[in-house]
Each structure stands twice: as structure tokens, then as C-alpha cells.
Design a protein around this ligand. Structure first.
Ligand SMILES: Nc1ncnc2c1ncn2[C@@H]1O[C@H](COP(=O)(O)OP(=O)(O)O)[C@@H](O)[C@H]1O
Ligand SMILES: [Mg+2]
Length: 302
């Protein structure tokens, strides 16, 4: 579990951030950054580096390991601190709030801006990475796999998808992104998985979700991880979130992913509301979405 670093940010000096970004720069070349290289990367004197290393180690922002050499690496907390500092400098966020959710591969918090927003830290690649590294020769640059890179890429992909889809598709409005973090509109709603729909809402909500998927397809994206956990239901309709794995609609596997997304959603409704939801031809629904002809799921009952 990654600690919330917002509380320790006020304790940090500008030089602590130089050190952290020095370690970050060194991690482009190797997982453990040699102490000898840190004054250069961080633009600090060796004495200053020593002092800052202790402060950052104490706060869990970096880790040390001595193998052939004394090396340092950022923890997720250290990476979080760098992203938060950037958002604060840009005045994207002015305050940090409570947790909004812990996902499979993310931590989401409420943050303060001109209005309350959601900040999502991507955590992709972290747990996996440790496993992978055990089996690899990580002195070789070519095989250098970094969770930093994986998490940053995921955040970039999610932000790019939100920018492509907003506002035509009902997704959180993208506000800003940096490193492995994105700031977006905070959605006030309840996840579909935790919503008990009234009888007369069941089919209209299913239609709404499928229509948003159709609009997303028309705008060039297939979500590729659709489930009852990635849809919010609120008083103003539904919102589809969690887009890092979205694929372009012209991708060679797009149809396959679209059909799987449709199947996940339709099957969820069938399981939860068997008395309201009949059996549908999922392939036909997906096909009508591809042709931009989808209207009501009931047109595809079998
Ligand atoms: N824009 C948002 N507004 C409010 N809560 C959010 C927002 N985005 C995510 N969350 C909360 O955080 C949880 C995890 O987010 P999600 O994007 O689904 O990440 P993961 O990839 O880890 O599943 C969600 O289930 C939801 O409760
Ligand atoms: Mg999710």
C-alpha cells in the first residue's frame, strides 16, 4: 500500500525536490542510481546530496540498496511527491483531500482546485515489475523495464483518451496531467456495481451505457476494460471512466474488444436483473455499434 504523501509535502525544501528529480533522471538509465552520479543529476554539491538523501530516506521517498555500488531509487511515494509538487506549482491543485477509491492499479484522491477535482495516481507495473526484475539481467539497458515508465505511459494514455472523448462522450473532464498522475473532474455518483436500479430504470440505463460506447467508437476509441466497476451512475446520467487501456477504433483487434466490452456489460445486467433483461445477441449489438446504428438493446433480443 502506497502512503499518502500529501501530508509531508510542506516539510520538504526545494533542494529535496532537486534530489528527487535527480534520482528520477538517473532512473532513465538504471533502476538503482549510483550515489556518485547524484550530484550531477540533482545539481547539488556532494554534501548537500548526502543531507538530502537522509531526509528523503527517512520519509520513504527513496530506497537504498548496495549491490556492486550504492544505489538509490524512487519509491512510488517519491514519484507522487514530484507530481504533486508540479501540480501545485502550476496551481492546478491547491489542496489535498480524502481518498475517493483504490483501484486495481491506482489510487484516487479528492483534490482542491477552483472546485473539487479527482487526482488519479497510476500504479501500473509496480508489483509486476518486482517479479520481472528477479528474472532479468537488469544491467542491460535494452531490457530495462521501469514501473516509472509503465505508470507514466498509462497516465498519458488515459489522459489522451479523455481529451479525445470529452465532451462528446460522458467521461470525466480532463484537467491536467504530469508523470503518472492525472487530474480530472470529480464525478459525484455511485459505481454501477453498487447501484440498485429501479425496475423502470434497468433497460434505459443499459441503453445509455451502450450508446456512450457507440459515441466513443465513433470518436475513435474502444474502452477495452468495460465493467460495472468503471461506470458511475448519478442523477445526471452515467459516466464511463478508467480509460488507460483504451484502443483506437481502427486497431486490428478493436472489434474483438468492443464485443467483449458489450458482453461484459450486457451479462452484468442479465445477472443482476434477470427479470428485466432478456437474452440478447451480443454480436449483433456490437455490430450495430460499429455501424453507428445502435438505439435500443431490445431490438436485439433472441
Ligand atoms: N473522476 C473520478 N471522480 C470520483 N471518483 C473517481 C474518479 N475516478 C476514479 N474514481 C474512484 O477511484 C476508483 C478507481 O479508479 P479507476 O479509474 O477505476 O482505477 P483502476 O484502474 O485502478 O480501476 C473508482 O472505482 C472510483 O471509485
Ligand atoms: Mg477501474
Amino acid at each position: 500500500m502506497v502512503q499518502n504523501v500529501a501530508g509531508i509535502l510542506p516539510e520538504l525544501d526545494p533542494e529535496d525536490f532537486y534530489l528527487l528529480s535527480g534520482v528520477e533522471q538517473g532512473m532513465r538509465f538504471s533502476e538503482w542510481v549510483s550515489r556518485e552520479k547524484l550530484p550531477d543529476f540533482a545539481d547539488l554539491t556532494p554534501e548537500e546530496v548526502e543531507y538530502r538523501l537522509d531526509r528523503c530516506l527517512d520519509r520513504g521517498l527513496i530506497e537504498r540498496k548496495t549491490i556492486q555500488y550504492e544505489g538509490y531509487t524512487l519509491t512510488f511515494e517519491g514519484y507522487d511527491a514530484l507530481a504533486l509538487r508540479t501540480f501545485a506549482e502550476r496551481e492546478t491543485i491547491t489542496g489535498f483531500g480524502a481518498s475517493l477509491g483504490v483501484g486495481k492499479e491506482s489510487d484516487v484522491f479528492e483534490v482542491q482546485s477552483y472546485e473539487p477535482m479527482a487526482l488519479k495516481f497510476h500504479r501500473e507495473g509496480y508489483t509486476n515489475f518486482r517479479e520481472v526484475m528477479k528474472e532479468r539481467d537488469y544491467t542491460s539497458d535494452r531490457q530495462h523495464v521501469s514501473w516509472l515508465y509503465t505508470a507514466r505511459k498509462a497516465a498519458e494514455r488515459e489522459y489522451e483518451a479523455l481529451e479525445t472523448l470529452y465532451p462528446d462522450v460522458s467521461v470525466p473532464r480532463p484537467i491536467d496531467h504530469n508523470r503518472h498522475a492525472i487530474v480530472m473532474e470529480k464525478i459525484d455518483g455511485v459505481e454501477l456495481s453498487r447501484t440498485g436500479l429501479e425496475d423502470e430504470q434497468v433497460l434505459p440505463v443499459l441503453d445509455l451505457v451502450l450508446r456512450e460506447m457507440q459515441t466513443a467508437y465513433r470518436e475513435g476509441r474502444v474502452h477495452a476494460d468495460m465493467s460495472e466497476y468503471n461506470v458511475f451512475v448519478g442523477s445526471e446520467g452515467i459516466t464511463i471512466f478508467d480509460w488507460p487501456q483504451a484502443i483506437p477504433a481502427d486497431h486490428e483487434n478493436a472489434e474483438e474488444f468492443l464485443e467483449r466490452d458489450v458482453e461484459n456489460i450486457v451479462n452484468y445486467f442479465r445477472r443482476k436483473y434477470p427479470q428485466h433483461v432478456e437474452e440478447y445477441d451480443v454480436g449483433a449489438v456490437a455490430h450495430s455499434i460499429e455501424k453507428n446504428e445502435f438505439d435500443r438493446v431490445e431490438a436485439h433480443s433472441v
